[in-house]
Design a protein around this ligand. Structure first.
Ligand SMILES: [Zn+2]
Ligand SMILES: [Zn+2]
Length: 126
C-alpha cells in the first residue's frame, strides 16, 4: 500500500504516479449487494486525505506520517463560524466510533462534531 488508490484506481496500491504516495489508509467496508471496486484497506495520498476525512471516515496515518498536520488536526486557519446562535441538526445516522455525532448548522450548513450535548467542534464547510 504505497500509493493512493483514489488517484491510481487501476493499481492495487503497489504502483502509481509520482506524488501520489500514500500517507494514510482507511478501511472500506464490504457492503453486501453493492458493486464495489475494492474493499479493505485503501492507501490515500495527501491530496485525498481531506476528501475522505470530509466524509466522516477515519484515516489512519501510515508509519512515519503520524505527525502530519492532516492527522494532528493542526490547520493553518481556525474555522470561523459566523452564526451567533446556531441551530444544529444531526446528520449522523449512528454515533461515530470516537463517540461524536456529525451535526450541521441549519443556517449556513457548516459541519461540526458533537460529543454529548455541549461539546461542539466546528469542522468547516465541505
Ligand atoms: Zn490521491
Ligand atoms: Zn451557521
Amino acid at each position: 500500500m504505497q500509493y493512493c488508490l483514489l488517484c491510481n484506481p487501476d493499481g492495487n496500491g503497489t504502483s502509481g504516479e509520482d506524488g501520489t504516495e500514500a500517507i494514510g489508509k482507511y478501511y472500506v467496508e464490504d457492503i453486501p449487494g453493492e458493486t464495489q471496486h475494492t474493499t479493505g484497506w485503501h492507501g490515500i495520498c495527501e491530496d485525498c486525505v481531506p476528501f475522505i476525512q470530509g466524509q466522516g471516515l477515519e484515516v489512519i496515518p501510515l508509519d512515519g506520517y503520524e505527525d502530519h498536520p492532516l492527522f494532528t488536526g493542526n490547520k493553518d486557519e481556525d474555522v470561523e463560524h459566523e452564526c451567533d446562535d446556531p441551530s444544529w441538526s444531526k446528520t449522523s445516522l449512528v454515533t461515530e466510533d470516537d463517540g461524536f455525532d456529525w451535526i450541521e448548522c441549519e443556517d449556513c450548513g457548516i459541519k461540526a462534531k458533537r460529543w454529548g450535548v455541549n461539546r461542539i467542534e466546528v469542522v468547516g464547510h465541505e
